[in-house]
Design a protein around this ligand. Sequence first.
Ligand code: B12
Length: 217
Amino acid sequence: MPIDIEKLTNTLLEGEEDHAWELIENKAELMENSHLTFEVLTSAMQLVGKLWEENKITVADEHLATTTCDYVLSRYAYTKKKSKQSPNGKRALFLCIDQEQHYLGLKMISLLFEEYGWETRLLGANLPLEYAVHTVKKWQPSVVGISVAILYHAEQLKNYVSELGTLQSQPEILVGGRLASNYDLTKYCSENTVLVPGLKEIKLWLEEQKGDVSNHG
Ligand code: B12
C-alpha cells in the first residue's frame, strides 16, 4: 500500500519525529529507494505549502514541519549509510543562493549523491556568492549544485552561474529547486549549466555519470 501523504504531513506538522520516521521505516519500498522516500517527503512539504496558502496553518507550523522533515532525512541517511556505493573519487558541493532559505531539497540531492559514492559538502541555505567562489577554489569540486525556490532570486542565479563558470577548475553547475521544476531558467544560466527539474532527472544524471569513465578520477 502506498504511504498516506496526508498522514505523513500531519506528523510533520505536529513535530512527531518518531512517528514520521516510523511511517517511512515501515515501507520496505521506501527504505530500499531513496528517491521514492524523497518524493513522498517532497509531496508532504508541498501539502504544507498548500495548507499555509489556505491559511489553515501558521508560519510556526511550517517551521516545525521543516525541522521534523529535516530530522527524518538525517535519520534516513544514517540508517542507509551501509548501503552506500563505494567512493567514486568525485566531489560535489551544494548551496542555496544568497537569501534563499529553502534548503530541504538541496539536502535530499546531496544525500542522493553520497549514496552514489560522491564526496559531498552541503553548505545549506543562503550562501553569499563570494563564499561560494572561495569554497569552490579551495575544495575543487567537480560539481556545484545550486538550489533556488523563490522567483525574485532568479536574477541572482545569473551571477552565481557566470562567476562560478569563470573559475579555472570549471566545475559542472547543476541548478535545481522549485524554480527549476516550474519555470524555464535557461536565460539565467550558461550553455554549460545543467537544469534539473526533479528527482527522476537527477537520478538519471547520476546513473549516466557512473557509466562515463572519462569523468572518473
Ligand atoms: C518549508 C517552506 C518554507 C520554509 C523553508 C524551510 C527550509 N529551510 O527549507 C520557510 C518557512 C523558512 C519559508 C520561507 C519563505 N517561503 Co516558503 N515554502 C516552504 C514550502 C512549504 C516547502 C518547501 C520545501 O521544503 N519543499 C520540499 C522540497 C524537497 O522541494 P524542492 O525544494 O522543490 O526540492 C525538490 C526539487 O526541486 C529538487 N531540488 C531542490 N534543490 C535542488 C538542487 C539541485 C542541484 C538539484 C539537482 C535538484 C534540487 O530536489 C527536491 C526533490 O524533490 C513551500 C511550498 C512548496 N510548494 O514548495 C513554500 C514556498 C516555496 N515558500 C514561498 C514563500 C513565498 C516564502 C517566503 C517569501 C514567505 C514569507 N512571506 O516569509 C519565505 C522566503 C524565505 C526565503 N528568503 O527563502 C512560496 C514561493 C512562491 C514564489 N512565488 O516564489 C512557496 C511555494 C509557498 C507558496 N505556496 O506560496 N518557506
